[in-house]
Ligand binder design. Structure first.
Ligand code: TNX
Length: 522
C-alpha cells in the first residue's frame, strides 16, 4: 500500500498501528484546506461510504493544515499514526497533493466511486511521507482538434492528472482538422470549423478504418466549467490557439484569413487527413485583428499566465508565392519568410504582454528570431529548448523522441498505432527533462516538462487511455520525483510499484496497455 506513484522524496514506515478510517472519523480542515477537504469528501467519501464529518470529537481525526514554513512551493508532509492522520501543505496546492497520497495509501478500492465490498475497514499504515515536486510545470497536452473529446472526458482526464500530481493541462483547441472553442464574435469558427465531413479513424486494429463524419466543440460555458474543475484540482489550463500554420479549419470558416492571392480559400473545407498542411494564415492586418478578437475571448475564459499560440509546422510556400506576403516582408524590412513568421508571433507576444500574459509556442518560433517574452515548448528534441534556455527564455521540455504518447509503446503487430516509432514505458521512465549541456544557471529556465497526446489515431477515450497509460504514470514520476540520472533509475523498482498502481488504474476504469496478456480490445 505504500507503493506510491509518483515516488515521494522520503517515506518512512512506522512500527506502530496505523490509522483507521471509519464512520466516526472527523475530517478537520484549517484555513486554505477547503479544496483538499472537498476533494477528499467527494472521492474518498464516495469510495468508502463514510461521511468524513467536519465536526470534532469523533473516533479519530484526519487533519488538513496549511503550514507556510513547511517547505518550498507545493511541498507536503503526511503523518499517519494511531487515531490521527495529518496532512500538511506548504501551501494549499501542496496540501492537495498530500490528499492524493493519502488516497493512494488507502488502497485501490479508494479509487472507486462507491463502496464495493460491504462493511470493511479502511486502514492506512503508520507512515511519514515528506514530498515536493521537482518541476513546477508538470504537463499533459491533449489534442482535441484531431479527435474531439466530449467535456465529460476532459473532466475525467483532469481527475487522472490530479491523481498523478500533474498540474498543467495544455489544451490544444484548434488545428487544421477542427476548431473546438466557441468564439462569440466569430460564430462560423465552430459552425463550420468544428465539423469535418470525412475522417479516417487511423486505427489499424479496429474495424473502424473507414471514412465518417466527425466533430464537436466546447461552448464558452463548457470551457468555464473545465477551467473551474481544473482549478478545484490545482491544475492550470493553458489554452492553445495554433497560428499561423495548422489553421485550415479557421480558413474554411473564414476564407479571408488565408492567402487568397495564391489559393481559392473559399473552396477549402476542414481538413480530413493528417500531416503538414500548406494552407496557412495570411500575414495581413485582417488576420491579426481577427485573432486579437479570438484571444480577447480566450483571455476572458482562461486565467492562466501562459497562452500557447502554436507556431509549429508552418510551411512558407504560400507566403513565397503571395504578392501580399512579399509586400509585407519588404514593408517591414524583413529578410525572409522565417522572419515574417517571427514578426507574426512577436505581434502576439507584445499583445499578450500588454494584457499581463506570457506567450508560449512550439520551438519553430525560434526560427527567424524569438519574441522577447516568449517561452518555448521544445518538441523536436532538446535543441530548441537548449537554444531558448541559453538565450534566457523559459522552456517546457517535451521532445517527441521520449514523451509523445501518440507513438506506439511496443513493437509488434498488435499495437493499434500506425506511427513507426516505439516509445516504451522504460523509455519514458528514463526521460530526463534537463539536458546535461545546460549550466545550472541555464537549467533554471526549464520550467518543467509535459507529455503530448496527439489524437490523429485515437478516435475515442478508450484509445486515448491506451496510449496514455501506463506511460503517463512513468512520466508523472519523471516530472514530480527527484529521480537520479537516466542510467541510474530503478526501472525494476518502478515496475514493482506499478503492480499496485495497476490496481488503482483498474478501479478508475482506465483502458491501459496491460504489462502482459490480451490488449483491451482483444
Ligand atoms: C507534430 S508536435 C505536430 C502535431 C502532430 C504530431 C504527431 C507539433 C507541435 N506538431 O501537429 O499531431 O507531430 O506526432
Amino acid at each position: 500500500m505504500t507503493d506510491l506513484i509518483p515516488a515521494p522524496r522520503r517515506i518512512e514506515t512506522g512500527n506502530g498501528p496505523g490509522f483507521v478510517l471509519d464512520a466516526g472519523t472527523v475530517l478537520e480542515a484549517g484555513p486554505g484546506a477547503e479544496r483538499a477537504a472537498r476533494w477528499l469528501r467527494a472521492t474518498v467519501g464516495a469510495a468508502t461510504g463514510l461521511p468524513l464529518d467536519p465536526r470534532t470529537g469523533g473516533t479519530g481525526a484526519l487533519h488538513l493544515r496549511v503550514r507556510p514554513g513547511l517547505g518550498g512551493p507545493e511541498a507536503y508532509r503526511l503523518t499517519v499514526g494511531a487515531g490521527r492522520a495529518l496532512v500538511e501543505g506548504a501551501d494549499a496546492t501542496g496540501l492537495f497533493w498530500g490528499a492524493q497520497t493519502f488516497r493512494q495509501l488507502l488502497g485501490p478500492e479508494a479509487f472507486r466511486r462507491a463502496p464495493v465490498s460491504g462493511t470493511r475497514t479502511w486502514e492506512l499504515p503508520a507512515v511519514t511521507v515528506e514530498d515536493a515536486p521537482r518541476f513546477r510545470w508538470r504537463g499533459l497536452m491533449l489534442d482535441v482538434a484531431r479527435h474531439f473529446m466530449p467535456k465529460e472526458g476532459v473532466l475525467r482526464y483532469l481527475d487522472l492528472m490530479a491523481a498523478h500530481k500533474l498540474n498543467v493541462f495544455h489544451f490544444h483547441l484548434t488545428d487544421d482538422q477542427g476548431w473546438r472553442i466557441e468564439i462569440e464574435r466569430h460564430p462560423r469558427l465552430t459552425e463550420i470549423g468544428s465539423w469535418r465531413a470525412r475522417t479516417k479513424t487511423g486505427h489499424r486494429a479496429s474495424p473502424l478504418w473507414e471514412e465518417k463524419p466527425h466533430g464537436g466543440y466546447y461552448t464558452q460555458d463548457d470551457i468555464r466549467e473545465i477551467v473551474a474543475y481544473a482549478a478545484e484540482r490545482h491544475i492550470t489550463v493553458v489554452p492553445e490557439i495554433d497560428v499561423p500554420g495548422h489553421s485550415q479549419a479557421a480558413i474554411a470558416a473564414y476564407p479571408e484569413l488565408g492567402n487568397t492571392d495564391v489559393v481559392d480559400t473559399s473552396a477549402l473545407s476542414v481538413w480530413d487527413t493528417w500531416g503538414i498542411n500548406p494552407n496557412v494564415l495570411a500575414p495581413t492586418d485582417t488576420t491579426l485583428r481577427f485573432y486579437e478578437g479570438v484571444l480577447e475571448e480566450v483571455l476572458a475564459l482562461f486565467p492562466s499566465e501562459f497562452v500557447h499560440i502554436g507556431g509549429d509546422e508552418c510551411p512558407k510556400e504560400q507566403w513565397r508565392l503571395s504578392p501580399t506576403a512579399q509586400a509585407r516582408i519588404r514593408e517591414l524590412g524583413l529578410a525572409d519568410e522565417d522572419e515574417l513568421q517571427s514578426w507574426f508571433i512577436r505581434h502576439f507576444d507584445t499583445w499578450l504582454a500588454a494584457r499581463g500574459r506570457r506567450l508560449i509556442g512550439w520551438d519553430e518560433i525560434l526560427e527567424g528570431g524569438l519574441a522577447e517574452g516568449a517561452a518555448v515548448s521544445s518538441w523536436r528534441g532538446y535543441a530548441g529548448g537548449i537554444a531558448a534556455a541559453r538565450a534566457g527564455h523559459d522552456v517546457v521540455m517535451c521532445p517527441e523522441q521520449q514523451v509523445y504518447l501518440d507513438h506506439r509503446q511496443a513493437p509488434g503487430p498488435d499495437e493499434p498505432v500506425p506511427i513507426g516509432w516505439v516509445r516504451t514505458l522504460e523509455d519514458v521512465y528514463r526521460f530526463e527533462p534537463v539536458p546535461p549541456e545546460l549550466t545550472p544557471e541555464e537549467a533554471r529556465h526549464v520550467l518543467g516538462t509535459q507529455a503530448n497526446l496527439w489524437t490523429e489515431v485515437m478516435e475515442d477515450h478508450a484509445r486515448v487511455d491506451y496510449q496514455a497509460f501506463p506511460r503517463l504514470a512513468a512520466f508523472a514520476e519523471v516530472a514530480w520525483s527527484a529521480l537520479p540520472a537516466p542510467a541510474d533509475r530503478d526501472f525494476a523498482g518502478f515496475e514493482r510499484r506499478m503492480a499496485a498502481h495497476y490496481r488503482r488504474l483498474d478501479a478508475l476504469g482506465i483502458a491501459y496497455r496491460p504489462p502482459a496478456g490480451p490488449l483491451p480490445w482483444q
